[in-house]
Each structure stands twice: as structure tokens, then as C-alpha cells.
Design a protein around this ligand. Structure first.
Ligand code: NAD
Ligand code: DAU
Length: 330
């Protein structure tokens, strides 16, 4: 089975490639990735079953040739960070919208099976006490340039399924954590700040809730959708892991041996989504998937250990990331 993984040098994509090699002996993987600041070739396994093609997802000729040669395409490539999208939305339009369009055209041309990886942020946010969670029928209501471009990409996929019969599935997942996540994101930023002797940074009062899932649980669900998902359907992926940011921060500082108040409150993110929460019933019931990492404290401990043991991986990106944050005052 030839699997084309776009964005496979990023956080979730690279963990998907590792999982695929471990669990699918029949699979050969081609990674299409332009190696932006968020991509890292060193995240990929050194294995003859993996080939990296450095190319932009909007490069139609390259995309067409790679799709022609694939049995299935798994589309992770995206600009993925909300704070960056508030600073400059341009690359988000380029990659998330035009990139997805380019890939859809190639899949249409070659009749290739596509799985599109998306986010719960397309649904906007929830009140803290809202009894409803996001489900496949929740109306789209994105808040940031990032989530608006992901919503746009989802709508393109749905239209290409309906109008052109492209055989595509979609999944919308909540916040991932685990190894190889860029140091710009919440959990790795705090861990590496502490390892660097810097104070962690909490946006605003830290009341915002995220629904945490281990990256391997997300990727196992993606495989479940590829194997058994119905074309045109959307599958929500989440592990009932709602926690507010204060609680996650407290767990990080405690686990790393600091006093409970050893962090700074910094200016809040503009338009900051309050709460995400996923109802993954369809994915669980229809595909028989369920999360295996049900102990967040243990998963966080392993993630902290990974960053402690792999400074060579994150160090090159750390100074530039903190400079960017300094510039926007967070
Ligand atoms: P990431 O930023 O770590 O990785 C993105 C990858 O895409 C990088 O390797 C980058 O080099 C590549 N890329 C960016 N622009 C490209 C372009 N123009 N052409 C080719 N490659 C390009 O992102 P991530 O956190 O791994 O997220 C992967 C996907 O999962 C995204 O589509 C994101 O929307 C979605 N998602 C992420 C989360 C999360 O918690 N991180 C949750 C749900 C869904
Ligand atoms: O919900 C899925 C989404 O989760 C994905 O689609 C995105 O690609 C991914 O980046 C993530 O988006 P968030 O904006 O929720 O993740 P981030 O790690 O940037 O922030 C998580 C929470 O922590 C959020 O409420 C903002 C807060 N935060 C973030 C940083 C970087 C802080 O308090 N301090 C920080 O330093």
C-alpha cells in the first residue's frame, strides 16, 4: 500500500508516519512537505520504507505526480498555529486553502482516496457550562484566520465529494499532545521554557478549556477512518480530555519540580476561543475506535521526558520562537 502523507515532517504527520511503520508492514510512505519553520526532516524515521519529497502543496505538477502514484493520501499539511495566523494570515490562505484545492484537483484527476485532517476549531467555541459538545452536525463558526482557513478547506473537500465524486473522508480532532510538537505550542513551550530556566507563560486568566488527546490516539483514529470510514463523512476525534489551561500549567510546573506560582500571566490572545469539547460517538460506535492514552498525567510525564531527552530536536527552533512571542507581547 502506497501512502502519501502531506505535512509528514510536522508534529502529527511525523507521528503518523512512525505509527504507520510500526503497525502497517505492507505500507510504503511518501512524505510531501515543504519543510517550513514547523517541518523537520529529523522527525521522520530513518527507514527505507519512507521517502521525503520537499515540495510546496500548491505545486500542482509535483502534487499531481505524487498523487498518481499513491493508493491513499492523508492530508496533514497546513499552517497550524493560531498566534501566527493573527500576526500574518497570508501563508494560511496559501497552504490551507489553495494547497487543499491543489490536492483535491489531483485526487479528482486520478480517482485517488483522500483523508483530510482537520480541527475542532472549525466549530468555533463553547461556553464553559454548555452541556452540548461539538458533533458532526454542529454548524461551522470559526474565529481565527487559522480556523477560518481550515473551515474553508473542509468545505472544499465536501464540495469535491459531492460535485466530482472524490472519495474523501474528513476528521476534526481536538488538541493533540505528545513528542515532536513544535515549541510554539502551549505544552512544549512551557516545558522547554522551564528546561531553559525561563518562566512559563499563561495567556490571560487561563480559564480556556482544551480537550486534550494523545497524538497516537488521534493517528490511530485517522487509520480507523481510512480503513472503515464512509466517503463524504466527517468523523470527530477526541478523548474526553477537557482541562483548563491553569490546570495544565499547574500539572507541568508540579511535574517539573517548581512552585505552583512559578509562571507568568501574559496578555491574552485576541479573539481567544473559550472552550472546545468533542463528542466522538460516531467515530467510536461506527469504527470501533477508542483512545488508549486515558491518563493525561502519565502522558504529560512521558512528553516532558521526551523533551528532556531530545534537546537536539527542539533547541534549534527555541530562540526564534521566543523572539516572535516577544514581538507580539506574549
Ligand atoms: P505542524 O505545524 O506541526 O506541521 C505542519 C506541517 O506541514 C509541517 O511539516 C510543514 O512543513 C508542512 N507544511 C506547511 N505548509 C506547507 C506547504 N505549503 N506545503 C507542504 N508542506 C507544508 O502541524 P500539526 O500540529 O502537525 O497539524 C497537522 C494537521 O492537523 C493540520 O492540518 C492541523 O490543522 C491539524 N490538527 C492539528 C491539531 C493539533 O492539536 N496540533 C489538532 C487537530 C487538527
Ligand atoms: O483544537 C485543535 C487545535 O489545537 C489545532 O487545530 C491547532 O493546530 C493547535 O495549535 C491547537 O490550537 P490552540 O490554539 O488551542 O493551541 P495552542 O497550543 O496554541 O494553545 C493552547 C491553549 O493554551 C490556548 O488556550 C492558548 C493557551 N496558551 C498558548 C500558548 C502558546 C497559553 O496560555 N500560553 C502559551 O504560551
Amino acid at each position: 500500500m502506497k501512502v502519501l502523507v502531506t505535512g509528514g515532517a510536522g508534529f502529527i504527520g511525523s507521528n503518523f508516519v512512525h505509527l504507520t511503520l510500526r503497525s502497517r508492514p505492507e505500507a510504503a510512505v511518501t512524505v510531501l512537505d515543504s519543510l517550513t519553520y514547523a517541518g523537520n526532516a529529523a522527525s521522520l524515521p530513518d527507514d527505507e520504507r519512507v521517502q521525503l519529497v520537499k515540495a510546496d502543496i500548491v505545486d500542482a505538477d509535483t502534487v499531481d505526480a505524487l498523487v498518481a502514484d499513491a493508493d491513499v493520501v492523508v492530508h496533514f499539511a497546513a499552517e497550524s498555529h493560531n498566534d501566527n495566523s493573527l500576526d500574518d494570515p497570508t501563508p494560511f490562505l496559501h497552504t490551507n486553502v489553495i494547497g487543499t484545492f491543489t490536492l483535491l484537483e489531483a485526487c479528482r484527476h486520478h480517482g485517488t482516496r483522500l483523508h483530510h485532517v482537520s480541527t475542532d476549531e472549525v466549530y468555533g467555541d463553547l461556553e464553559l457550562d454548555d452541556p452540548d459538545r461539538f458533533s458532526p452536525t454542529t454548524p461551522y463558526n470559526p474565529s481565527s484566520p487559522y480556523s477560518a482557513t481550515k473551515a474553508s478547506s473542509d468545505l472544499l473537500v465536501r464540495a469535491w465529494v459531492r460535485s466530482f465524486g472524490v472519495e474523501a473522508t474528513l476528521s476534526n480532532c481536538s488538541n493533540n499532545y505528545g513528542p515532536r510538537q513544535h515549541v510554539e505550542k502551549f505544552i512544549p513551550r512551557q516545558i522547554t521554557n522551564i528546561l531553559d530556566g525561563q518562566r512559563p507563560k499563561l495567556y490571560g486568566a487561563g480559564l480556556n478549556v482544551r480537550d486534550w488527546i494523545h497524538v497516537d490516539d488521534h493517528n490511530a483514529a485517522v487509520w480507523a477512518v481510512i480503513d472503515g470510514g464512509r466517503p463524504g463523512q466527517t468523523y470527530l476525534i477526541g478523548a474526553d480530555g477537557e482541562l483548563d489551561n491553569r490546570t495544565v500549567m499547574a500539572a507541568i510546573v508540579r511535574e517539573m519540580g517548581l512552585e505552583p506560582d512559578a509562571f507568568d500571566h501574559v496578555e491574552d490572545r485576541p479573539g481567544h476561543d473559550l472552550r472546545y469539547a468533542i463528542d466522538a460517538s460516531r467515530t467510536r460506535e461506527e469504527l470501533g475506535w477508542s483512545p488508549r492514552f486515558n491518563d493525561f498525567a502519565a502522558g504529560l510525564r512521558d512528553t516532558i521526558a521526551w523533551y528532556r531527552d531530545n534537546e537536539w530536536w527542539w533547541r534549534p527552533a527555541k530562540a526564534a520562537t521566543e523572539l516572535r512571542y516577544e514581538r507580539i507581547g506574549r
